[in-house]
Design a binder for this molecule. Structure first.
Ligand code: SF4
Ligand code: SF4
Ligand code: SF4
Ligand code: FES
Length: 326
């Protein structure tokens, strides 16, 4: 692809045709603030947070929506530009939408707080361009504007797939995860920790960031530009995590009592001894391939690794499978 040479803050920069001024600035390490921009979406130019001075242009131009051409001369800071940017930021922050009473939705995962919304339309565009669901719409104008499920229906009555991509792209948390809000303990003062790992629900291998507070999972998100998923997740990867700290989870092993058919609690020592004895008996009678191991996608990646090691190295069978492999 042919390249364009332009000048940014007095430095020559070479960029590919089709790249924006924002791309060019990022390439040489200049951080331009953005709000409505998401690199996975079509350039929008709606918020004016990313204004830069372009030689010959009558007023500052949005860097995310202005495409490069040879010989452009750009300045990314200056007294006038800084003043204009401050005014734009104030206009975005100063919204009377706090007074708007909007929808509360029956869905369990996504909530909306109009007071936080800067009407950047990232959520609507994500839903249209990436998901092609058209399940969100921008209603009204100015300070009366807000976002709602299309036609004002519940998300559950739209074509929404509850992927949560609209929540992921929202720059202000106006769209938020209801589950996270429920479990995040503000009073504790404990800052969340982020652990990057791989979603184990299926074989796509999406890279996820698990947020924890102490031993409690409080959210799962994904970062743009990271892994094969580029910040996208499906509903399982993003929202199906409450089982991890669910009070109904078993905390001790159970053995079935064949006299009454009931599962009864036992110690780990006994459970392991019984499992070893039964597996040895089956192996002796039918051989190693008489045994197969099935792992749940709700096990951790480490648990699944340990299970296949047990199957192959201890029992001697390759008959091992996980429902995550589908
Ligand atoms: S959850 Fe996904 S499908 Fe539903 S509104 Fe948000 S982006 Fe659209
Ligand atoms: S909900 Fe978030 S992404 Fe959607 S318009 Fe408001 S601020 Fe932007
Ligand atoms: S279950 Fe969803 S989020 Fe997880 S790896 Fe598969 S597609 Fe990605
Ligand atoms: S980020 Fe460029 S106009 Fe919004």
């Amino acid at each position: 692809m042919p390249a364009n040479t332009l000048m940014i803050n007095g430095k020559d920069v070479e960029v590919l045709q089709g790249e924006s001024l924002l791309d060019a600035c990022t390439k040489i390490g200049i951080n331009i603030p953005t709000a409505c921009h998401d690199s996975r979406l079509e350039a929008y130019g709606g918020c004016r947070t990313c204004l830069v001075d372009l030689d010959g242009a009558p007023r500052p131009v949005p860097a995310c929506k202005t495409f490069t051409s040879p010989g452009m001369k750009v300045e990314t800071s200056g007294v006038v530009l800084d003043t204009v940017r401050t005014t734009v930021d104030e206009m975005l922050a100063c919204s009377s939408r706090a007074a708007i009473e909007t929808w509360t939705d029956a869905n369990r995962f996504i909530g909306y707080d109009p007071a936080q919304c800067i009407m950047c339309d990232r959520c609507v565009r994500y839903c249209d361009e990436i998901m092609q669901c058209n399940a969100l719409e921008h209603v009204g104008q100015g300070s009366e504007a807000f976002i709602q499920p299309t036609q004002g229906e519940s998300f559950l009555d739209t074509s929404c797939e509850l992927c949560g991509g609209c929540v992921g792209t929202c720059p202000t948390e106006a769209l938020y995860s209801k589950q996270s809000l429920e479990v995040f303990d503000k009073q504790s003062g404990e800052a969340p920790t982020t652990t990057r790992t791989v979603c184990n629900y299926c074989g796509v291998g999406c890279i996820i960031d698990i947020e924890t507070q102490g031993n409690t999972v409080i959210d799962i998100d994904a970062q743009t530009g990271v892994g094969p998923n580029d910040g996208h997740l499906c509903s399982k990867g993003r929202f199906a995590w409450q089982f991890i700290n669910h009070p109904d989870r078993l905390t001790s092993p159970l053995i079935r009592n064949y006299d009454n058919g009931e599962l009864e609690e036992t110690s780990w020592e006994n459970a392991l001894a019984v499992a070893a004895q039964k597996l040895s008996a089956v192996k002796q009678q039918y051989g190693a391939d008489g045994i197969a191991f099935l792992a749940s996608s709700r096990c951790t990646n480490e648990d699944v690794y340990a299970l296949q090691k047990l199957a192959r190295s201890v029992i001697g069978t390759n008959s091992v499978h996980s429902c995550a492999a589908t």
